[in-house]
Design a protein around this ligand. Structure first.
Ligand code: SOE
Length: 384
């Protein structure tokens, strides 16, 4: 055992994201040389029996059923929020005020007002050395980190076009029961906030630009769904099933976005293509170890898209893992997230994406919803 300082983690929520974060916390210190020693101290969930079973399965040492108690504990230094969006702001603000570092799942909140309050709390806490980060895990796909580096290095020149899509099909069956993701009060929005938030963040991350204005369209294809309680009753779906929007970037480029959970046959097709004055890059999460690159400065004789296998030790995060060509998966993006967060806490630097970055995404989502609601042509994104 080394004398590295202990970082006690307390996680709230243990469904899909909770399991993904647990996997990352279990792994991160065994793969990366960390300056602190994260410990999976406490798992918090509402029901004691479920939470105890989840803690046993996922590897947490203790359980709590009240997040306020979790925050009070001396053995917890970081709160990892994996709950639906309606509870993010209350938990995150209380944790930051209590001096706990915070990792909050995306989207940061269900509204611009809540995201603003969280960002302000994060800025106040930062003065006391308390760190916060929002969990846009796809920034940590090695191929996408590489894409950002290539854009910053000028490999594609000035950004002209972004084509961003996030296509899933897991709710295409109209008989699939009602769930929290389809309830506006809990989730904030539908495909727009759940998967659209990722491609908004990634566009801003990879290009280094912001989205300045949008024109949006949303649709709800299945307006009600059966309740999961065997009653035979239906509940209204109060979010979008799909959203598309046009956008203008601060650098003068233009973009199209498509977010849906009704793209039958597409499971997790998060795609990003960026065309610049000197070349293009293209990515699809369904082949997440690959980045496609076209160098437009080459002779057309030999030019054209080529496949970069982002599994070299020189590629972001890869050195700690497997030999070239062996590839990484979805779970590794969370492990990389924890690595960067622990590094930032230990070195007293600001982890990214910050709550301010999460707020910037929320402002774009809000502008899309406003544009779609009033059917106006163009809606400016309110600046932070
Ligand atoms: C469901 O659409 C979901 O789990 C999202 O909530 C995640 O953020 C995304 O990574 C995968 O799909």
């Amino acid at each position: 055992m080394t004398d590295r300082q202990l970082l006690g983690v307390g996680m709230v929520g243990h469904a899909f994201m909770g399991a993904a974060h647990s996997q990352a916390w279990r792994t991160v210190g065994r793969v990366f040389d960390l300056p602190m020693r994260p410990s999976m101290a406490v798992l918090c969930g509402r029901r004691a029996s479920n939470t105890t079973a989840a803690a046993d399965k996922l590897g947490w040492a203790a359980v709590e059923t009240d997040w306020k108690e979790l925050i009070r504990r001396d053995d917890v230094h970081l709160i990892d929020i994996c709950t639906p969006g309606d509870s993010h702001s209350e938990i995150a603000i209380a944790a930051l005020e209590a001096g706990k570092h915070v990792l909050c799942e995306k989207p940061l909140a269900n509204s611009v007002a809540a995201a603003t309050a969280m960002t302000e709390a994060a800025q106040r806490a930062r003065q006391r050395g308390v760190r916060s980060m929002v969990g846009f895990n796809y920034r940590r796909v090695p191929a996408l980190s590489l894409a950002r580096r290539m854009v910053a290095d000028g490999r594609i020149g000035t950004v002209r076009h972004v084509r961003a899509q996030y296509l899933q099909d897991f709710i295409a069956d109209p008989q699939l029961p009602m769930m929290w993701r389809l309830d506006r009060d809990r989730a904030g929005s539908g495909a727009l906030g759940d998967v659209g938030a990722h491609i908004v963040d990634l566009t801003q991350f990879v290009t280094g630009e912001r989205i300045a204005g949008v024109s949006g369209l949303t649709a709800t294809f299945v307006p009600e769904r059966p309740l999961d309680d065997g009653s035979g009753q239906y509940a209204p779906v109060t979010v979008d099933d799909a959203a598309i929007f046009l956008a203008r970037l601060t650098g003068g480029g233009i973009a199209t976005f498509e977010a849906t959970r009704f793209a039958t046959g597409r499971k997790n097709a998060m795609r990003l293509e960026i065309n610049g004055s000197a070349g293009s890059i293209a990515f699809d999460f369904e082949s997440m170890n690959e980045l496609h690159f076209h160098d437009h400065t080459e002779s057309p004789d030999t030019g054209g898209f080529r496949r970069i296998l982002a599994t070299e030790p020189s590629h972001p995060y890869v050195e700690a893992w497997w030999p070239p060509g062996h590839g990484l998966g979805y779970e590794h993006t969370f492990t990389h997230e924890m690595r960067d967060l622990v590094d930032a806490i230990a070195t007293g630097t600001d982890p990214a994406p910050s709550f301010a970055d999460g707020l910037a995404v929320q402002q774009v989502l809000d502008a899309v919803e406003r544009s779609a609601a009033d059917r106006s042509c163009w809606t400016e994104v309110s600046p932070s």
